[in-house]
Design a protein around this ligand. Structure first.
Ligand code: ARG
Length: 426
């Protein structure tokens, strides 16, 4: 018997945040697609009561609602690997939102299978990166599932959306709607739109929730010691902590000093530049501390090559290509590259800044007996002479036979951004 003749409707798993868009989406999907909605909510450390959100989904008309804690999955398989890989999009954004999407989509596919759903849905608009990350993940993991994106499809103004909500008795939060569009999880908060759309405007105080204005931050710096094992953070001030505790604590401590504010004009995958503000105290601090430990423990060549991997990895995350072979390849490199990145980094937090003040590792490639100018020096300085001759040979040869031909030798024309030489220098 087909579901039609039996009267049972097909099911769709909707990524449900509890906000207006996804609440309206429940009813809109019921009407537009004649499908039953299973609401899916997961905790990635966004600091919301997911059970309350689940209850709201049921009140809003979902036939079933699932809420689960995915914080450990998020840290172990998304945030920490991205940290070890050094993934900062365009050198700035620690990728909190971008890392959350493929995990949410993957968990939704599992729920769709368990409940025999034929579709999945999300509340992303048609202008951002998040729709790409959701859709590509769905298409990759479950190409048979239909994808519904109500907000992208209904093309309503806010007023029309509110009218629809009123008509269907959908709860609209009594508190006035945030003037920004935000997304958050343990790895960071993303804030955009509203007044922030003017890139000349300094973000007003209301933009920030996790970080103190650096001007109001404590007048005394605070020191924090972060321990890493093979590229993974494991302790704070000598206390071994699990990922949730560790990131929570660093978000609080670094946030109190105003650390982790990022103002980024970023290149979206969909071709536009957008202005996004981020608050990511723990992620910023961990990235800096981790990098410092790499300076101590990676060879010069590994360190240089790693920057290429970091950039490729960040782009892949940003562009929604998490479930690709390239990801596996880059992670294989990262795991190998990080095997000696074990040790402790001392960081100071002060008025919006982090500063490294010390580092140590049992695998340190900084060798005192090679670096010292004091007693115990084992470096063979006499060998430097021959080395310098050979190292400079290409350049000295070129100068002699090309660059200095026909000149007195000291008047080498150098390229410069300053306009060509001023006559009075003759
Ligand atoms: N621009 C960031 C990204 O593409 C964050 C997107 C979500 N931001 C938001 N304010 N809703 O990953």
């Amino acid at each position: 018997m087909s579901s039609e003749t039996s009267g049972a409707r097909e099911k769709v798993v909707l990524a449900y945040s509890g906000g207006l868009d996804t609440s309206v989406a429940v009813k809109w999907i019921n009407e537009t697609y004649n499908m039953d909605v299973i609401a899916y909510t997961c905790d990635l450390g966004q600091g919301q009561d997911i059970e309350a959100i689940r209850q709201k989904a049921l009140r809003t008309g979902a036939i079933d609602a699932i809420a689960e804690d995915a914080r450990n999955l998020f840290i172990d398989y998304f945030a920490y690997p991205s940290l070890a890989a050094g993934a900062l999009y365009e050198g700035k954004y620690p990728l909190a939102t971008a890392l959350g999407r493929p995990l949410i989509a993957q968990l939704m596919v599992r729920v769709a299978r368990e409940h025999g759903a034929s579709a999945v849905a999300h509340g992303c608009t048609g202008k951002g990166n998040d729709q790409v990350r959701f859709d590509v993940t769905f298409q990759t993991l479950a190409s048979d599932l239909k994808i519904i994106a109500p907000v992208r499809e209904w093309k309503w103004t806010r007023t029309q959306e509110l009218e629809f909500a009123a008509k269907h008795g959908i709860e609209v939060e009594a508190t006035k709607k945030s003037i920004f569009s935000t997304d958050q999880n343990l790895w960071g908060r993303s804030i955009e739109a509203g007044i922030l759309e003017d890139p000349w405007v300094e973000p007003p105080p209301e933009t920030f929730q996790w970080t103190t204005d650096p001007r109001q931050a404590p007048d005394e710096p605070e020191e924090v010691e972060i321990g890493f094992e093979a590229g993974k953070p494991v302790s704070i001030d000598g206390r071994t902590l699990d990922g949730i505790e560790l990131i929570d604590e660093l978000n609080r401590r670094a946030g109190r000093h105003g650390v982790g504010r990022i103002d980024h004009i970023e290149n979206r995958l969909v071709g536009i530049k957008s202005r996004e503000i981020y608050e990511a105290p723990a992620a910023v601090l961990l990235h800096e501390a981790h990098r410092e430990l790499e300076f101590l423990t990676l060879s010069k060549e590994s360190l240089r090559f790693k920057t290429l991997v970091s950039q490729a990895y960040a782009d892949l995350i940003y562009n929604g290509l998490w479930f690709s072979q390239l990801h596996q390849d880059l992670m294989a490199f990262t795991v190998s590259n990080q095997q000696y990145v074990t040790g402790t980094v001392r960081m100071k937090l002060f008025k919006g800044h982090t500063m490294v003040v010390g580092r140590k590792s049992e695998n340190s490639l900084y060798r005192h007996e090679l670096a010292t100018y004091e007693e115990g020096d084992q470096y063979d300085a006499t060998a430097a002479l021959g080395f310098i001759k050979i190292h400079g040979l290409g350049q000295t040869t070129q100068a002699k036979y090309q660059l200095l031909q026909g000149t007195a030798g000291h008047r080498l024309e150098l390229p410069s951004i300053i306009p060509p030489s001023r006559p009075e220098q003759e």
